[in-house]
Design a protein around this ligand. Structure first.
Ligand SMILES: Cc1cc2nc3c(=O)[nH]c(=O)nc-3n(C[C@H](O)[C@H](O)[C@H](O)COP(=O)(O)OP(=O)(O)OC[C@H]3O[C@@H](n4cnc5c(N)ncnc54)[C@H](O)[C@@H]3O)c2cc1C
Length: 450
């Protein structure tokens, strides 16, 4: 792959995507479908950079029986283009499982199956991505006081390279969140690394796990560890009284509709906050009712049989973790009595959530040109474009990190197919050619300018 080195005049891309998770895979598909429809001169030349060595979607949580929290019809394309050849149904057909899936009468595939679908789709557009390439910085190209291009610095095994773009689409996803002051170690995990870490316990006989948290990931971790280690006790620690069910009822589910984004975007600030409060329980700190029922059934059965291995330390908080070579000692405080109890375990898993990657983190001095609202949050236009000072004429689009402007679907899959269509329309409407761009080379994929 021909690459420009720092100091060279880089090739110009209409669009560079940072990250190649589902959001930017969907973006690449939308671009690919657009380019197949139009002539060469109207084609958008785009490239994506992904730091992982190959496609991977939350691999650490691909628990074999975990299912999707979203209908398969909200795949990478269907809501935008139901006739797309990149749909989950086309994937099923290609695997010879379409009829079996239909007979299953199920809207929510296994997470491992959806991962395989994502991989299949990503492979179909893999001429547009460089894996093992981490974007480490973005700098403005200033000419006559205006910025028409951004230089994207990318680190790979081959060193650093710079790629020039007139539009960026940032889809860098979520970051695991640990409680303040708690470091990840061999015995202190975040649930995002569950499957990678658990294999390291093979051949040992752990006697106790502690899982902190009361959301879907926490409940899945409890069930998985209990099943995988039949001689270990699993203690769930959370401040709620019990797990709360996710509201996936039909009316509430409309908060994930494409139209809900329009309404949320235009709603006054207090109504936005109200909507998130009312409907946070469709997504945050809640658990699928079937999993809640399974865990309760299991706990009760063990009580009857006198073989209790599942313990629920509710209305409690884990206040301290101290690791020694053979064990980790946690302190669990009852929020009712204030009493503190030491609890030794082989491993403590923090299922304490995720936060969106800081969209401005990579932008360096470009971030100073991005506008913010009264609360210091980035201002984002309806088309997911960062609002910037007028001198910055290139587009910076966000996939994720827009919950305060676009609502609860910001970090979810529900609206991805529609969102990427809207971003593509915006890029096209604003025009690919800029004032300082008379000699725009036609570029097919990366590094093949002609
Ligand atoms: C366990 C789990 C299950 C989930 N299940 C569902 C579900 O069922 N339904 C639903 O709607 N949502 C679900 N979600 C929410 C989740 O956010 C979305 O499914 C999805 O991952 C969003 O895709 P994304 O591409 O925006 O982000 P990600 O999937 O996080 O992808 C971002 C990518 O960017 C890459 N990257 C980051 N920084 C850089 C950089 N500097 N340079 C290059 N590459 C970079 C990362 O390596 C990553 O591959 C789940 C989340 C988790 C954690």
């Amino acid at each position: 792959m021909a690459q420009a080195r720092p100091g060279d005049a880089p090739l110009i891309h209409d669009l560079i995507g940072i990250g190649f998770g589902p959001s930017n895979v969907a973006m690449a598909i939308a671009l690919s479908e657009h380019n197949a429809r139009v002539g060469r001169q109207e084609a958008v030349n785009a490239h994506f950079f992904e730091q992982q060595p190959r496609f991977g979607w939350h691999r650490g949580m691909l628990i074999d029986d975990a299912t999707m929290q979203v209908s398969f019809l909200k795949d990478l394309v269907t809501l935008r283009n139901p006739a797309s050849e990149y749909s989950f149904l086309c994937y099923l057909k290609s695997k010879g499982r379409l009829i079996d899936f239909i007979n299953h009468k199920n809207l929510f595939p296994l997470r491992v199956e959806f991962h395989e679908y994502f991989e299949w789709a990503a492979e179909k557009v893999d001429d547009m991505v460089s894996y093992g390439h981490e974007v480490v910085g973005v700098t403005p190209v200033v000419r006559d006081g205006a910025v028409d291009y951004l230089d994207v610095t990318v680190r790979s095994g081959e060193g650093l390279a710079v790629h020039r773009a007139r539009n960026l689409v940032i889809g860098t996803g979520l970051r695991p969140l640990m409680p303040e002051g708690v470091e990840r170690t061999d015995r202190v995990w975040h649930n995002s690394e569950l499957l990678a870490k658990v294999d390291g316990l093979e051949g040992t006989s752990p006697s106790r796990f502690i899982v902190v948290g009361a959301g879907q990931s926490a409940a899945e971790n409890v069930a998985y560890l209990h099943r995988r280690f039949p001689h270990a006790e699993v203690c769930a620690v959370f401040s709620r009284y019990g797990y709360s069910p996710a509201d996936d009822s039909s009316f509430a589910n409309r908060i994930f509709d494409p139209a809900a984004v329009d309404e949320f975007f235009t709603a006054p600030e207090n109504v936005k906050r109200q909507l998130i409060d009312y409907h946070g329980n469709t997504n945050y700190s809640v658990v699928d009712i079937d999993l809640i029922d399974d865990l309760y059934r299991q706990m009760y059965q063990e009580k009857v049989l006198g073989t209790e291995r599942l313990r629920f330390l509710n209305v409690s908080r884990l206040t301290d973790v101290v690791e020694s070579p053979d064990t980790v000692r946690a302190t669990v405080k009852s929020l009712v009595t204030g009493e503190e109890m030491p609890l030794d375990a082989d491993v403590v898993v923090f299922a304490t959530g995720y936060s969106p990657a800081d969209p401005l983190g990579l932008l360096g001095e470009v971030a100073d040109r991005c506008l913010r609202d009264d609360e210091g949050r980035v201002s984002v236009e309806r088309d997911y474009r960062l609002a910037t000072d007028p001198g910055l004429r290139c587009g910076i689009y966000l996939q994720g990190g827009t919950e305060h402007t676009h609502g609860i679907t910001s970090s979810l899959l529900s609206n991805t197919a529609i969102r990427v269509g809207e971003i593509l329309d915006s890029v096209l409407d604003r025009g690919l050619k800029s004032a300082s761009d008379e000699a725009r080379p036609v570029v097919d994929g990366i590094g093949t300018a002609r």
